[in-house]
Design a binder for this molecule. Sequence first.
Ligand code: ATP
Ligand code: MG
Length: 487
Amino acid sequence: MKFLEARQLTKRFGGLTAVDKVDFDVDKGEILGLIGPNGSGKSTTMSLVMGLHKPDAGSIHLNGVDIAGWAPNRIAGMGVSMVFQHSRPLQQQTVLQNVLLACLPNKVTHLRVTDAQRDRALESLRLVGLGGMEEKFPSELPFAGLRRLEVAKALARDPDLLLLDEPFAGLSAGEVREFSDLIRNLRSAGRALILVDHNVKSVAALVDRAVAMSSGQKIAEGSPREVLANADVRRVYLGSQSETVGANVRKRKSEASPVLIVKNLNVTYGKAQALSNISIDVVDRGVTAVVGLNGAGKTSLFNAIAGLLPSRGEIAFRQQSIAGTPAHEIARSGIVLCPESRELFGDMSVHENLQLGGMHLSSADKRERLDFVEQIFPRLGERRGQYARTLSGGEQQQLAIGRALMMKPKLLLIDEPTLGLAPIVMDIISESIETLRKSGELSLLLAEQNMVFASRHADSVYLIEHGAIEWSGPADQFVEQVGGKIL
Ligand SMILES: Nc1ncnc2c1ncn2[C@@H]1O[C@H](COP(=O)(O)OP(=O)(O)OP(=O)(O)O)[C@@H](O)[C@H]1O
Ligand SMILES: [Mg+2]
């Protein structure tokens, strides 16, 4: 008997079978990888194990007990913890309080935090690299910090079975290595783990066995090597990314003057200098990429350009200064920001979110634009009526980019376009970037951790480190001169 045994697990949402008769096992001291395209049912499968959804059919035996359909707190009491794909910390509580609250037992009589619990919470924060951040509030943490906080919350409960939903999303290569070590240590300590992530290389290096899903069904199982070599998996999940190097897009040198010029931009948060003397030129009707590690300053730069963050320095859009202009006016002038946090309207449908993006367009224009967006992301067309909050992670990312495109931007800033996307969807994004480039209707500024992806598309690249530009130049030179050192 394995520690966890799921049999014929099934979950339906209306007419959609999100998980379809899936079988899998995981034992103590073992990591099971769950891979598959966006919307294939991975998060739903984990939620069934955690008790967040009730299965329509099937069994889940944990240590010999069928826990299928139990309430989440009872399942948590059996030693199961989950790191969710979306970080939702309590904003009014500090980082430490968030972790402590996650460990409280379900009895009102036990609501006092013991010294041992406090020590454990502090230790978990240290393990995930948040040591020293205990008294900060979640809003003060960068995106990757929030992901770390979720892992700390799960660890603090000392689980026997840990479900990790995209722990690597938004992390840099170095951070992924740190997290991988942490996960390996949990395995050595005899925990059972299920890992979902689109960082295929890191998952393959870490897991003992992999299960691949597609449209709710299990399509392959075996060693990571076997599963990644499987023809179906390559077709539905990996796409061209299964070849190690994709063809580089032919870049052209833009004769036009830059569409956006940023000169000596400075941003401070309190006493901390977030950006120092940043200067960039955004290629007109081309693709410009800002690359760099987490916390390097990419998001601050984008927010400053969009007018969401006070800054000092010059910002000129089509030869007009926009420094100090209110955000809504900047948006109206044609600069649209697609933020890392997506900012979708969760209680509105996919269609309503897209409609809102195209609010200012005539109805004919809006129709044409919707067709264009649904052509790039067919899934959005299939799921028009679905609430945005119930979309899978990668589907939400597609909606965020789709909504930004609905605004018909002249300059589109996308913060981490590939976040949470299956490799095959990166192909779609790649294609759409090239379609947009050919259409000549907009200029793109991308912030990317994925330097391979960025340099493949960009005409020019800026590398930011600690809030300052460390390197800039054409993309092919970036790969030669800098790529090897940091990739
Ligand atoms: N409450 C819901 N109502 C309707 N559809 C839902 C609901 N929850 C999930 N779905 C759909 O079920 C499918 C499976 O979603 P799930 O979140 O499990 O995918 P995933 O494999 O985790 O994808 P990703 O890699 O993008 O996170 C998706 O198409 C999603 O839109
Ligand atoms: Mg998911």
